[in-house]
Design a protein around this ligand. Structure first.
Ligand SMILES: [Zn+2]
Length: 496
C-alpha cells in the first residue's frame, strides 16, 4: 500500500528585542553569566508586576503580516499553568483563545534535495498558518552529573509560537517551510533565526495514512531538532520507520521522539502521556492588548518585500535563473545591494536585463569570493567597496568594450581594495582595451610569423591551436587586446 505523510509544524521563534517580554532585563542572554539578566519579574517573585514590551508585539505583528495572517484587534494574555523548575512563576504568560495572528499562509518553493544537487525545478506549495501567538520563554536547565542547575537568563525572553495546519507532505516540504520561515524572520530583522543557538526551535508532528484517505493516522512528535538538515533527515527517517511498521501490520505508537544526530535515528523520548490541563485563565496583572488601524498600518509599512516575491520579480523582469534569484535573495542586504546596481542607468546599446545579469554574476563570483576571503558577512555587503553605482560603471566599461572582462576582474580587485572608480584605475594604469584595428593587425601578423609550427598545425585542422594563437596575441597586448577583434583578425589572417 502507498502511504502519505501528514505533517504539522510548531515553531518557536525567539524575538531579538533589547529587553524581555514583561520586564526591562536584557533579552540578549547568549554567552552571559548564568542568572545575571534577571529581576523579580522574570524570577517570578510574588508581587512583581509585568509590563508589555511594545517592540515584541510589533515584531510578532510583522511576522503575522509576512505570513499573510489576520491580526487580532483585541486580545488578552492568559496564564498557562504548569509546574517545572525552569518556570519560576509556576505559569507561563501566553495567548490561548485569541492569538495575535491567525488564518494565514506561507508559499514555499519545494525542491528535491535528495540528490544533493541544485534543481532549477521546484513546486510551489501553500502551507496554511493556523496561528501565531506571543509568550515568554522559560529558563534553562543544565544537568551536570547527578546535579541540575537552572539559569533564568532566558526566562521571559519574548517567544513567538507559529503553528501550521497539517499541510506539509514530505521531508523536503518541511525543509522548505522552515528555511523560508527562517529567512522571513531574518528579513524582518525580528530574530536571528539561529537554530543551532535555539533562537528558532521546531517540533514537527507527523502521521502516515493510506494515500487517498482523509483520516489521520497516529501522531508522532519529534523534538531536539537543531538544524534545518536535522529536520529533513529526522522526518525522512520517521517516514521510513513508520512505513515499515505499517507494512508489517504493526501499529504506530503515539510517542514523542528525539533525534539522535550522531546515529541518524529517532529515539523514543516519552510514551504517550495524559493531556495536560493547563487551566488557562486571563492574566490579571496585564491589560488587554488593543491593536488599532493606525498602529497596524505603521507596522505594515515596516514589512519589506520578501525573498520569494523578489525571486519571482528577478526571474520575470531580468530573466535570471532560479539559482541566481535564490542566491541573490538569500540575504536581504545582498538583494538590496543588487537592486541598487540594477537601478543605475544601463549603458548605451545595453539594457537593464543585461545589467542585472552582469550584476548577478559579479556578486556571486568576485564579490562573494572577496567578502569571504576578507571575513565579511553577507549582511554587511553595504559596507564594502565598490558601491553599487561604481560596479554599474565597471559593467558599463565592459559593455562599451573599453576594457575586456579579464581586465575588469583585475580592476575590480583594485576597486575592492581601494574604493577607487573603475575609470580612474583604467586611466591611471593604462588598462584601456586596445581596439585599434591596425595595431592589432600588426600584433596578429607578428604572432603568425613567430609561430610557424602552430600555424601549420592549425591549417592541418587542429582547431584548438587557434586558442593558443589568440593567447599569444593577448599576451603581446599585455592582456588589453579586444579579444573579439583579435579573434576576427586572426581568422582572417590565417585564411589568407
Ligand atoms: Zn527581568
Amino acid at each position: 500500500m502507498e502511504y502519505e505523510v501528514v505533517i504539522g509544524m510548531e515553531t518557536h521563534v525567539e524575538l531579538d528585542t533589547h529587553s524581555k517580554m514583561f520586564c526591562a532585563c536584557s533579552a540578549r542572554f547568549f554567552g552571559a553569566e548564568p542568572n545575571t539578566n534577571v529581576c523579580p519579574v522574570c524570577l517570578g517573585m510574588p508581587g512583581a508586576l509585568p509590563v508589555i514590551n511594545k517592540r515584541a508585539v510589533e515584531f510578532a505583528m510583522m511576522v503575522g503580516l509576512a505570513l499573510n495572517c489576520r491580526i487580532a484587534r483585541h486580545t488578552f494574555w492568559e496564564r498557562k499553568s504548569y509546574w517545572y523548575p525552569d518556570l519560576p512563576k509556576g505559569y507561563q504568560i501566553s495567548q490561548y483563545q485569541y492569538p495575535l495572528a491567525y488564518d494565514g499562509w506561507l508559499d514555499v518553493d519545494v525542491r528535491d534535495l535528495s540528490t544533493g544537487n541544485w534543481s532549477e525545478e521546484s513546486v510551489r506549495r501553500r502551507i496554511r498558518i493556523r496561528r501565531a501567538h506571543l509568550e515568554e520563554d522559560t529558563g534553562k536547565l543544565i544537568h551536570v552529573g547527578d546535579k541540575s542547575y537552572v539559569d533564568y537568563n532566558r526566562s521571559g525572553v519574548p517567544l513567538l509560537e507559529i503553528v501550521t495546519e497539517p499541510d506539509i507532505r514530505s521531508a523536503d516540504e518541511a525543509y522548505a517551510y522552515l528555511s523560508t520561515l527562517q529567512q522571513i524572520v531574518r528579513y524582518l530583522g525580528v530574530s536571528t533565526g539561529d537554530m543551532e543557538k535555539g533562537a528558532m526551535r521546531c517540533e514537527p508532528n507527523m502521521s502516515l495514512r493510506p494515500k487517498g484517505s482523509d483520516a489521520f493516522g497516529v501522531k508522532v512528535e519529534i523534538k531536539n531538532l537543531n538544524s534545518l538538515r536535522a529536520v529533513r533527515e529526522a522526518i525522512a527517517y520517521e517516514i521510513r520507520r513508520q512505513t515499515a511498521l505499517l507494512e508489517r501490520g504493526e501499529a504506530v505508537q503515539q510517542v514523542t521522539m528525539g533525534w539522535d544526530e550522531n546515529r541518524g535515528v529517532t529515539v523514543v523520548q516519552r510514551e504517550k502521556e495524559s493531556a495536560h490541563d493547563y487551566r488557562y485563565f486571563p492574566e490579571p496583572d496585564l491589560p488587554p492588548l488593543e491593536v488599532d488601524e493606525a498602529w497596524l498600518e505603521q507596522v505594515r509599512r515596516r514589512v519589506p518585500e520578501l525573498a520569494l516575491a523578489r525571486q519571482d520579480r528577478y526571474r520575470r523582469d531580468y530573466g535570471l535563473s532560479a539559482y541566481d534569484a535564490v542566491q541573490l535573495t538569500g540575504d536581504r542586504a545582498v538583494a538590496e545591494w543588487f537592486e541598487q546596481v540594477v537601478a543605475a542607468e544601463p549603458s548605451e546599446g545595453s539594457d537593464r536585463r543585461a545589467l542585472a545579469k552582469a550584476a548577478a554574476n559579479w556578486i556571486q563570483t568576485e564579490i562573494f569570493r572577496l567578502m569571504k576571503a576578507g571575513g565579511i558577512p553577507l549582511a554587511e555587503i553595504a559596507s564594502i567597496k565598490p558601491t553599487p553605482r561604481q560596479l554599474a560603471e565597471l559593467i558599463g566599461l565592459v559593455d562599451r568594450q573599453v576594457i575586456n572582462i579579464n581586465t575588469a576582474r583585475q580592476v575590480f580587485e583594485e576597486m575592492f581594495a581601494t574604493g577607487a572608480d573603475a575609470r580612474q584605475i583604467v586611466e591611471a594604469k593604462g588598462l584601456a582595451q586596445v581596439s585599434d584595428v591596425d595595431a592589432l593587425r600588426q600584433v596578429v601578423s607578428d604572432v603568425i610569423a613567430a609561430h610557424p609550427n602552430q600555424v601549420q598545425q592549425y591549417l592541418s585542422g587542429q582547431e584548438k591551436v587557434f586558442g593558443f594563437l589568440v593567447g599569444q596575441a593577448m599576451k603581446a597586448t599585455q592582456g588589453k587586446g579586444n579579444a573579439q577583434l583579435i579573434n576576427r583578425l586572426l581568422r582572417e589572417a590565417l585564411k589568407s
